[in-house]
Design a protein around this ligand. Structure first.
Ligand SMILES: Nc1ncnc2c1ncn2[C@@H]1O[C@H](COP(=O)(O)OP(=O)(O)OP(=O)(O)O)[C@@H](O)[C@H]1O
Ligand SMILES: [Mg+2]
Length: 112
């Protein structure tokens, strides 16, 4: 299993959520985040305004999925979140050792 953490522009959340739903992912976590990338100290557009700040509002999406689905999920997020402008975000992919579905006690991929 993989954990996919995607930092995206907040207004792209619905599109990314729909894209992930379309490829069959059933669960995800959304975290409000702040961050900066390479343009720290330079301007980035947010809601039509130019910001010169260290931290810009972002949304972090966390999805755990089977290895089979991970590449499709990354492609779906990339396509849905991309505007082509700076600040479009990043995706971090890591291995997940185990998952527990609390209600049923299922483990591993069955629990996802
Ligand atoms: N190396 C990193 N580690 C952790 N979070 C990061 C890292 N790089 C970017 N982020 C997060 O992703 C958000 C978006 O990054 P951003 O897309 O601006 O990256 P970038 O490398 O500057 O690319 P671009 O040149 O397209 O803007 C940041 O605000 C931050 O929250
Ligand atoms: Mg940037």
């Amino acid at each position: 299993m993989k954990k996919i953490e995607a930092i995206i522009k907040p207004f792209k959340l619905d599109e990314v959520k729909d894209a992930l739903h379309e490829i069959g992912l059933q669960g995800l976590t959304v975290v409000e985040a702040k961050g900066f990338g390479r343009q720290k100290g330079h301007t980035e557009l947010y809601r039509g305004a130019e910001y010169v700040v260290d931290f810009l509002p972002k949304v972090k999406i966390e999805v755990i999925c089977s290895d089979d689905l991970a590449e499709r999920a990354v492609e779906a997020i990339t396509a849905a979140a991309r505007t082509g402008r700076i600040g479009d975000g990043k995706i971090f992919i890591t291995e997940v050792q185990d998952v527990v579905r609390i209600r049923t006690g299922e483990r591993g991929e069955e629990a996802v």
